[in-house]
Design a protein around this ligand. Structure first.
Ligand code: AMP
Length: 542
């Protein structure tokens, strides 16, 4: 028997309409690439989304299912694009500006974008490849001066595009399972693959993300969206902010630690999201130049790669700011698990609490996780046995865009993450490595993530990335590449071996250390192990 409840489609339009009707007075503040501060209300933004919807349909003839690309920083107009494009049933394809031009060309041709909205400062990146882009009919320039010159064909300024459009637009009826947005994976292994989000998955993900056990966002928050809008839709925060009525602060290209700290202070940010590299930069800058007034920041939300325990401990102790760790992937919208202390942990010591928070945490409602042994059997939840992490849920990918080879899905419908993890008795998952980054020495697995976290706890070490190198006797052995806080400040191999001896057994401890200026990073700021392995094999790291 069916229930007798309304069939109310969960779409991004319902998010926008809600944000406008309940929180039209709330603000979106943008720090523009030139440093200028711009602010307007959700209500103003709403009207511009409608103008944009009119322009897309009337001027460009965009219809349901068409792909519309964005090549832009985080700012107000980019939020308008999220809602305006999806609202008419087209797909908002956010293109990662940090990929190589070959990958960008591939992605745009593969997605068949008809229009690309592009920030003036990013235009040179597309000018080079524009002749190779087969489907793009128009380029819309955002934040460009009136006399801006470009070789891109068929350009129009964003403000000119929407200027004479009516503020009235009736959203078409959409099915909640229609596609609303697309991001490509970062393509660190092979070609990037498209992940096509639906209206329903986006809506449900946003409500789950907002909950107290997840990101804990309310209308009392002012949120700094550091995670780029081109990386998994800024982790869904542009949707969460409208549903929760929290003030949005958008940094555009102002992403260095000093600029972030300035925004934290001036805007009294209460929560912010970012990858560990960003928070490490902010932490070291705060240590160097401690703020005169206590920051309003209550919690920074961190994920995307392993969070060194020492970073969480440092923020806790030195500034009283909690790090909320989350795990997820482009394929999981991204939120999968969150690490938060529960009522049963209240009596634990600070060190025990930190150990729990440093795990990637429990699945949030709407997502299920399991770990699977090499032989396909389920691994026990004992906090020790490592297995491949598999996931399913209401905002987890079921197939890649235009991709036939779907071997990342199991026969019983789970998504294979490629992460290796443990799960403890309480359901707390802990990432040990990527399948491809694990080190197998003498038949035993060594977690590069655990070694990196321990090395980065050393006060003189800024970054540490551990990879496997060939070894005649053990097949593989770990090698640690290290970036020092201060190059003059030497650290001996013996000192590092002694540090690691506290937590690791002998065979797990690297005997090889190379000191480098910077760890190569991926397009989204993660350690690029593939590149480190390549540089190392060419002998460039030593
Ligand atoms: P992406 O799709 O680019 O966001 O990358 C997803 C991958 O990032 C995951 O499969 C993990 O390997 C890694 N990752 C994400 N969050 C975390 C985390 N909190 N700790 C460790 N690794 C993470």
């Amino acid at each position: 028997m069916n229930g007798l409840m309304m069939d109310y489609p969960l779409t991004t339009n319902t998010i926008l309409e809600y944000g406008n009707s309940v929180y039209h007075h709330k603000k979106i503040i943008t720090y523009l690439p030139n440093g200028a501060r711009h602010e307007y209300s959700f209500g103003d933004m709403y009207k511009r989304c409608k103008k944009l919807a009119n322009a897309l349909t009337q001027k460009f003839g965009i219809t349901k299912g068409d792909m519309v690309g964005t090549f832009a920083w985080n700012h107000g107009p980019h939020v308008e694009l999220y809602y305006g494009i999806s609202g008419i049933g087209a797909v908002c394809h956010t293109i990662n500006i940090r990929l190589s031009s070959g990958q960008i060309e591939y992605i745009i041709n593969n997605s068949e974008d008809k229009v690309i909205f592009i920030d003036a400062t990013l235009v040179p990146l597309l000018e080079k490849i524009a002749p190779l882009l087969e489907t793009v009919e128009h380029y819309v320039l955002i934040n460009a001066a009136a006399d801006f010159k470009t070789t891109l064909p068929n350009t129009i300024h964003y403000e000119e595009l929407i200027a004479d459009q009516p503020e009235y637009f009736e959203w078409p009826e959409l099915n909640e399972n229609d596609a609303c947005a697309m991001c490509y994976t970062s393509g660190t292994t092979g070609l990037p693959k498209g992940v096509l989000y639906s209206h329903r998955s986006t809506y449900l993900h946003a409500t789950a993300l907002m909950a107290p056990n997840a990101a804990n966002i309310s209308n009392k928050d002012t949120i700094l969206l550091i995670v780029p809008q081109f990386h998994v839709m800024a982790w869904g925060f542009p949707y969460v902010c409208l549903l929760s009525g929290s003030t949005m602060v958008m940094p555009s290209s102002n992403l260095n630690p000093e600029a972030i700290i300035n925004m934290l202070q001036v805007e009294k940010i209460t929560k912010a999201n970012g990858v560990p590299t960003i928070w490490m930069g902010v932490y070291h800058e705060l240590k160097k130049n401690p703020p005169k007034e206590k920051l309003a920041l209550k919690e920074y939300l961190v994920g995307g790669s392993a969070v060194p325990k020492s970073l969480m401990e440092g923020f806790d102790k030195d500034f009283g700011i909690i790090g909320g760790q989350a795990w997820g992937m482009t394929e999981t919208s991204p939120l999968g698990t969150v690490s938060r202390l529960q009522s049963k942990h209240e009596e634990l010591s600070d060190a025990e609490k930190l150990t729990i928070r440093a795990k990637q945490g429990v699945a949030i409602p709407g997502v299920e996780i399991r770990i699977v042994n090499d032989d396909g059997t389920l691994a026990p939840h004992d906090g020790k046995t490592m297995g491949e992490l598999q996931v399913k849920g209401a905002w987890v990918i079921s197939a890649y865009f235009k991709t036939k080879n779907q071997d990342t899905f199991t026969a019983d419908g789970w998504f294979r993450t490629g992460d290796v993890s443990t799960i403890d008795e309480d359901g707390f998952m802990e990432i040990k490595d990527r399948t491809k980054d694990l080190i197998k020495s003498g038949g035993e697995w060594i977690s590069s993530v655990a070694l990196e976290s321990a090395l980065m706890a050393h006060p003189k070490i800024k970054e540490a990335a551990v990879i496997a190198i060939p070894d005649e006797k053990w097949m593989e052995k770990p090698l640690a590449s290290i970036v020092l806080m201060d190059k003059e400040d030497g650290v001996s191999d013996e000192e590092l071996i002694e540090l690691l001896s506290k937590d690791f057994v002998k065979y797990q401890i690297p005997k090889d250390y190379v000191f480098i200026n910077e760890v190569p990073k991926t397009s989204v700021g993660k350690f690029d192990k593939k590149e480190i392995r390549r540089l190392f094999s060419e002998g460039k790291l030593s």
